[in-house]
Design a protein around this ligand. Structure first.
Ligand SMILES: *[C@@H]1O[C@H](CO)[C@@H](O)[C@H](O)[C@H]1NC(C)=O
Ligand SMILES: *[C@@H]1O[C@H](CO)[C@@H](O)[C@H](O)[C@H]1NC(C)=O
Ligand SMILES: *[C@@H]1O[C@H](CO)[C@@H](O)[C@H](O)[C@H]1NC(C)=O
Ligand SMILES: *[C@@H]1O[C@H](CO)[C@@H](O)[C@H](O)[C@H]1NC(C)=O
Ligand SMILES: *[C@@H]1O[C@H](CO)[C@@H](O)[C@H](O)[C@H]1NC(C)=O
Ligand SMILES: *[C@@H]1O[C@H](CO)[C@@H](O)[C@H](O)[C@H]1NC(C)=O
Ligand SMILES: *[C@@H]1O[C@H](CO)[C@@H](O)[C@H](O)[C@H]1NC(C)=O
Length: 334
């Protein structure tokens, strides 16, 4: 549906620097053309377009450590087994499932996603490591690395264009991943209403990463102001954005903040050829939601306590796709 309704916007997003046909990225130099990209060992294996969580043998799973871990996959209509595709790992919120996150971010509805393979990992007991409520001893960072190796052997993936996104506990885990060596395989990180339990001061993370986050001022699950959350202490989101600005651009980094763009504003940090390497969308009224302009995603329909369907000022998924489209491992901050 968004595919049709957003044709113009989708075209604009697809035309952002970073798509292989573009002249130059804002981050300094053009990405290599498609024919120069080298795919992974999964190239040549056919896959049927659509959303899949099981094959003829059962649900898709791998063994990671001592656990069997599950995942689902969206194969786009344009999937070509001989062409390296960019890849997104999209992590659900606490208490949720792969399929619920699939319906939350709805990548499949947007033209700019059609070149991607999207993987929806399933958390053990529906949560991710970091908060105190996660299953004790779970190593979701190792699961991510193990699943990435598995996916690269099953699908034709461009290993320089692997990205992570997530909502709430899944967004917080994306930040945990960004702060870890396991995140070195990922070119950019995007979060909505992130539960930032593992990143509570500037020095708790020493990585430089391309970071995008959105947060609503009405979020009553992961408060913008921080404080005690269900899974432990949380940082003030505005301070956390500044830390990422400083991690990427140094202690004298200066934020650029837009005026009110109609219910939200954008804070951006840029430095040394890294244009908008830290970006934050701050919504005046939004609750604990993946922002959606059509009131038809999982949060809009099911998270009624957060009034997710009432604030339709921006559709976040094309923003995420535009952000991912600007980065690969060649131009990402190091
Ligand atoms: C950086 O982000 C700001 C705010 O959204 C935008 O106005 C600007 O065009 C962006 N710059 C680039 C090069 O994308
Ligand atoms: C496979 O997935 C279905 C739907 O999500 C679920 O009901 C079922 O329990 C899963 N099976 C296993 C073995 O996890
Ligand atoms: C799984 O989550 C439920 C709450 O959703 C909790 O009561 C239970 O203790 C958790 N199990 C484990 C093994 O952490
Ligand atoms: C910063 O965070 C790290 C890891 O989360 C923690 O070990 C350290 O004590 C914190 N430092 C301060 C000053 O709070
Ligand atoms: C950005 O928007 C938030 C939420 O409405 C608001 O609290 C903040 O003051 C705004 N920042 C600027 C610089 O306008
Ligand atoms: C946001 O919170 C304010 C103050 O609690 C409330 O008046 C307003 O209705 C909320 N907005 C939405 C969209 O729920
Ligand atoms: C949702 O809207 C109701 C009614 O306007 C308000 O009382 C409540 O605070 C809002 N919830 C959030 C999370 O903004």
């Amino acid at each position: 549906m968004h595919f049709i309704m957003l044709t113009c916007l989708g075209f604009a997003v697809a035309a952002l620097p970073g798509s292989v046909s573009a002249a130059a990225t804002p981050s300094g130099y053009p990405p290599p053309p498609a024919h120069d990209r080298v795919g992974t060992t999964g190239c040549g294996k056919p896959h049927t377009p659509g959303y899949h969580y099981r094959d003829t043998h059962g649900n898709f799973s791998i063994v990671s450590g001592t656990s069997t871990r599950y995942y689902a996959v969206q194969v786009s209509q344009g999937y070509n087994a001989r062409q390296p595709h960019p890849l997104i790992f999209d992590y659900h919120g606490n208490g949720d499932t792969s399929t619920e996150q699939h319906r939350n971010s709805q990548y499949y509805n947007y033209p700019a996603s059609q070149k991607y393979v999207v993987i929806y990992p399933q958390g053990l007991n529906r949560s991710w490591e970091g908060p105190s409520y996660a299953v004790k001893g779970t190593d979701d960072l190792q699961f991510t690395t193990d699943l990435l190796a598995h996916v690269q052997a099953e699908y034709c993936v461009d290993p320089t264009r692997v990205y992570a996104s997530g909502k709430s506990n899944g967004g917080g885990f994306v930040d945990t991943l960004a702060c870890s060596d396991h995140g070195d395989s990922f070119a950019a990180f995007a979060m909505a209403s992130a539960a930032l339990y593992t990143d509570t001061n500037r020095t708790s993370c020493s990585k430089k990463r391309a970071i995008l986050e959105t947060h609503g001022h009405n979020d009553t699950v992961i408060s913008y102001a921080g404080g005690q959350g269900k899974g432990g202490p949380l940082p003030n989101v505005g301070k956390w954005v500044k830390w990422w600005g400083e991690r990427n651009c140094g202690l004298d980094a200066k934020a650029q903040v837009t005026g009110d763009l109609g219910g939200y504003n954008i804070t951006s940090y840029s430095c040394g050829g890294l244009e908008n390497v830290t970006q934050h969308y701050h919504f005046a009224q939004l609750g604990h939601c993946w922002p959606n302009a059509f009131a038809d995603n999982y949060d809009a329909i099911h998270l009624t306590s957060q009034n997710c369907s009432e604030v339709r000022v921006l559709d976040y998924t094309p923003v995420v796709l535009g952000f991912f489209g600007k980065w690969d491992l060649g131009n990402a901050p190091k």
